[in-house]
Design a protein around this ligand. Structure first.
Ligand code: CMX
Length: 465
């Protein structure tokens, strides 16, 4: 079935005479309710009260000092954001609502017969702070399956993109076009009271997360396959539907996808994709516009596109030296990259000062399921060699591998060799974190973001006083 017919087509948007309001085309379809919104309705007033009391009592408490270097240096280390969903420790790595990655792997519900956490469970955790039951996770899977259709104009748009357009550009543009479905934009245009904004933001977050695998599969099948996309099965979980829409029929690939979509979801609030989504959302741009803005940031090679760049780099090594590359040859490759003024993709981090636990859990997956894969062998050798070279180079504050150093190797093992697609998978996962944060941004009524900036002249004047 071609993409056009495989996806149920929805009515295109229409424009009003003076003030445009979304048409909510997909709302005409019956959706399954997982009950998560009722839980949020209890949590929101409690949290609002907690924040109000905390600010009343400790609003003057000084959290950090800002130096001129921090201002010129990408605001590194400035403590100026509130994000409820996760916290990143430089030495230990990410904790989602207090739970480390190994704890999430142990505690979050799994698919029947599966060993990896279901990303639906992580979303529940990020949103509510609680570990869900298997039934609660199943309800989310069904809810998302019921919301997974794309509007017709987006299907047409994606089918009309030239296959030469980078998948991330297609992804971001198509999400922007899904603004037509925004219940938040409609609620705002209808004059909804600001205390209710979180409710339509929640609905948009659920709709958008549900539609992302469908969109991502349409892009994949158009660019790399024959344009045919599988159908959504309401009895399958989010990741299983995603891999089957992508055209993969391998349980282990689906297990990998569950792990992948869980660990890439959130990395506290200051990274480019999360911060951009929060910043754009602070102008009350709806979740579709906010998320697509974040995706344009994720598409940068210093952020999410690094997963593509790692595979490009590794493939280059293989092509030039073959699979029996020695550690000395790897050192030469690393120095040649550094000496030509480029970064070694997959290494370094703005906050982390140790090997990324997201790298480690992917390494454990590889040790278990693909120990003899030559590309995994190469990645392992790089793990032994690159930190010393980067330390000797003397620039990077963190010579250890990050999440992107490992993900592509796992994907290529299961046949997904199209490296220019990898960042789209990162983007689908990142939606879980940034959209649950956006719901809380609206629930807590966080205002439009507007830090103060200075000119260099003004700083010189201040510093010389
Ligand atoms: N290779 C070469 N040089 C590196 C480096 C790397 N992997 N990591 C950092 N450096 C350099 C920086 O470019 C910088 O050089 P200049 O002083 O010439 O500008 C210097 O070391 C200091 O940088 P830093 O403080 O250690 O790192 P930053 O916080 O500025 O940047 C990051 C962090 C991730 C952008 C950087 O480490 C990098 O470019 N890594 C490679 C790209 C990558 O893997 N990105 C993915 C990160 C994870 C993600 O977001 O998905």
């Amino acid at each position: 079935m071609a993409v056009r017919s495989a996806l149920r087509l929805l009515r295109p948007l229409s424009k009003g005479n003076t003030r445009w309001t979304p048409n909510l085309t997909s709302a005409r379809y019956e959706t399954t309710d997982c009950g998560l919104k009722d839980i949020m309705a209890d949590l929101v007033p409690e949290k609002q009260k907690q924040v109000k009391e905390f600010r009343a009592k400790h609003g003057d408490f000084v959290v950090g000092d800002v130096t001129v270097d921090m201002m010129y240096g990408g605001m590194r280390g400035i403590r100026g954001l509130v994000t409820e969903t996760s916290l990143l420790d430089p030495e230990e790595g990410i904790r989602f609502r207090g739970y480390s990655i190994p704890e999430c792997q142990e505690l979050l519900p799994k698919a029947d017969g599966g060993a990896e956490p279901l990303p639906e469970g992580l979303f529940y955790l990020l949103l509510t702070g609680n570990i869900p039951t298997k039934d609660e996770v199943r309800a989310i899977s069904r809810d998302w399956a019921s919301r997974a259709d794309l509007p017709q104009h987006v299907v047409q748009m994606v089918n009309n993109f030239p296959t030469s357009l980078h998948p991330m550009a297609q992804f971001s543009a198509a999400v922007t076009a899904m603004h037509s479905e925004s219940k938040f934009a409609k609620a705002y245009a209808d004059g909804t009271h600001k205390t209710k904004y979180w409710e339509s933001t929640y609905e948009d977050a659920m709709d958008l997360i549900a539609k992302l695998p469908t969109l991502a599969s349409a892009i994949y099948c158009n660019v790399y396959r024959d344009g045919k996309v599988g159908a959504i099965d309401p009895n399958k979980d989010w990741s299983a539907n995603f891999t089957s829409m992508l055209g993969y029929d391998n349980n282990m690939f689906t297990e990998l996808m569950r792990l992948y979509l869980t660990i890439h979801a959130d990395h506290e609030g200051g990274n480019v994709s999360a911060h951009t989504c929060h910043l754009v959302g602070s102008a009350l741009s709806d979740p579709y516009l906010s998320f697509s803005a974040g995706m344009n940031g994720l598409a940068g090679p210093l952020h999410g596109l690094a997963n593509q760049e790692v595979l490009v780099w590794l493939t280059n090594v293989f092509e030039q030296v073959g699979s029996n590359v020695t550690k000395d040859q790897l050192r030469e490759f690393l120095w040649s990259t550094l000496n030509s003024g480029q970064v070694v993709p997959g290494f370094g981090h703005a906050v982390l000062r140790k090997t990324d636990p997201r790298y480690m859990c992917q390494r454990e997956f590889a040790q278990k399921h693909l120990p003899d894969d030559p590309m995994f062998h190469l990645v392992s050798q790089l793990f032994e060699v690159a930190p010393d070279v980067l330390t000797e180079h003397g620039k990077t504050k963190n010579p250890w591998p990050n999440v992107d150093a490992h993900s592509g190797v796992l994907l290529q093992y299961y046949g997904m060799t199209e490296m220019s697609y990898y960042t789209v998978l990162f983007g689908v996962s990142r939606a879980l974190g940034v959209l649950s944060s956006l719901v809380w941004d609206r629930a807590l009524g966080l205002p439009i973001e507007r830090p103060k900036s200075f000119t260099t002249e003004a700083l010189i004047k201040m510093a010389s006083k």
